[in-house]
Ligand binder design. Structure first.
Ligand code: SF4
Ligand code: SF4
Length: 215
């Protein structure tokens, strides 16, 4: 059947009308900042205090875009007679975001929780070399990492928190014990001083003589 003249125009107008009444989804970036989901993969932050230079992230990165340099340092023994230890010291940690494909493998494999996703994404550059973020820049991203979401009610407590609580409890108990001992020593001293103050001069000279006799 031949098309009715003007039906295409009517269909087009219908689409226009339908679209005009819908809520717009276009974000007016950069005037309006997008509302990103909390687990957005924007950039990677490095918490270098946790990094032991195990190289696992660099080895597992499919793009080979993590660059790590380090040297070994000898640490004196913790106790007299102990053995010296050697540890790795980080000299360079960089990620080339021009190569990174945001797979997150480095973050997943890091056994020491030194790498984190940050939702920050505004780091476009006109020079591609600037997309290699060195250690200091990666550390700055760390402060933009959002807090982890709250645990589900009834979820098992993470072992790191349980271990930290155990250590804190132990320290608190030790401090309380020391404070109690100090209180008891103070009370004994005060009782002794009060007893001595209450003694008559004769009693005092008798006690002194007794002590001399014992010596
Ligand atoms: S996110 Fe993936 S590609 Fe990017 S640095 Fe980590 S492992 Fe490499
Ligand atoms: S895997 Fe973690 S601890 Fe090991 S080198 Fe990478 S960031 Fe450091």
């Amino acid at each position: 059947m031949p098309p009715i003249p003007g039906s295409g125009l009517a269909k087009g107008l219908a689409v226009t009308l339908r679209t005009m009444t819908k809520r717009t989804v276009t974000a007016q970036y950069p005037d309006v900042q997008p509302e990103l989901p909390p687990r957005t993969r924007g950039v990677i932050g490095l918490f270098e205090e946790n990094c032991t230079v195990c190289m696992l992230c660099a080895r597992e990165c499919p793009d080979w875009c993590i660059y790590i340099d380090s040297h070994k340092e000898t640490v004196p023994p913790a106790a007299p007679g102990g053995r010296e230890r050697s540890r790795n010291v980080l000299d360079r940690f960089a990620i080339d975001f021009a190569l990174c494909m945001y797979c997150g493998i480095c973050i997943e494999v890091c056994p020491f929780d030194a790498l984190f996703w940050s939702p920050e994404f505004e780091y476009a550059e006109t020079d591609i070399h600037e997309l290699t973020h060195e250690r200091d820049k990666l550390r700055e991203w760390m402060w933009t990492v959002p807090e982890p979401p709250a645990l589900d009610p009834g979820a098992e407590e993470p072992k790191e928190i349980a271990a930290a609580r155990k250590t804190a409890d132990k320290l608190r108990a030790q401090e309380e014990r020391e404070a109690q001992e100090a209180r008891e020593a103070q009370e004994t001293r005060e009782t002794q001083e009060a007893r001595e103050a209450a003694e008559s001069p004769e009693d005092r000279s008798d006690r002194a003589a007794e002590q001399e006799g014992q010596e």
